[in-house]
Design a protein around this ligand. Structure first.
Ligand SMILES: C[S@@+](CC[C@H](N)C(=O)[O-])C[C@H]1O[C@@H](n2cnc3c(N)ncnc32)[C@H](O)[C@@H]1O
Length: 207
């Protein structure tokens, strides 16, 4: 993950506060007596800190060694502990079947082509316990409705690479709502909504 390594090297912690709806997720997890959470594409660790400080058993996976390094330091400073792994999410996850009560993934899963994203979703399904929770956010399309997108190179239907800006060169898959229901067919999707950062948030449970 060279691009994310350089972003984290340049900027350090890109995000410091947790997603504002994460408190509601904690309420659901506590009600379900959930304990073990995977943060997929955890970056520099804002949600690792958030969940670990509330007593959850937290695992973080990210392809960026710089992100994981910053997360480790941040956790140590707060006397917290998480299980961290440098790994690409389009490869088989290093966890047993039905291991987690919940998988969260904030602004991370869309950095791929759809075939690989589908494999990631299959892996999320595999490592989740029955009725396990997912809370995932992905960006909405930044493209205009015109056919010409001079700042994006089209890779396949719905997948683009920005040719400028801070995420230049990074794959972006822009899901339609219909596509989300299709690719997450193994999950009972409770709601899909636009969050305060204008990302599409997906809340569901493993069928
Ligand atoms: C916008 S950051 C979000 C970080 C974190 N989820 C948060 O909300 O603070 C995207 C993260 O996804 C990770 N990422 C992107 N593609 C990945 C992949 N294929 N496998 C694992 N991690 C990936 C990047 O390294 C980066 O840390």
């Amino acid at each position: 993950m060279d691009s994310w390594n350089s972003i984290f090297k340049d900027k350090g912690k890109v995000f410091t506060k947790p997603h504002r709806d994460m408190k509601d997720i904690v309420d659901i997890l506590k009600e379900k007596n959930s304990k073990r959470i995977l943060d997929l594409g955890c970056g520099t660790g804002r949600h690792l800190i958030f969940f670990a400080s509330q007593g959850f058993e937290v695992y973080g996976l990210d392809a960026s060694h710089k992100g994981i390094e910053i997360a480790k330091t941040w956790l140590t400073e707060n006397h917290l502990n998480c299980n961290l792994t440098i790994h690409r999410m389009e490869e088989k996850f290093p966890y047993e079947d039905s291991f987690f009560d919940a998988v969260i993934s904030i602004q991370a899963m869309h950095h791929n082509i759809i075939k690989k994203i589908k494999f990631t979703i299959q892996e999320i399904h595999r490592v989740l316990k029955p009725n396990g929770l997912i809370f995932i956010t992905v960006p909405i399309s930044k493209l205009s409705s015109k056919n010409n997108h001079p700042n994006f190179e089209k890779i396949e239907k719905g997948t683009y690479i920005p040719l400028s800006g801070p995420e230049k060169g990074l794959l972006h898959h822009f899901f339609t709502e219909r596509e989300i229901y299709k690719v997450f067919k193994g999950f009972d999707i409770k709601k899909i909504y636009l969050d305060k950062t204008k990302h599409r948030a997906i809340l569901g449970f493993k069928k």
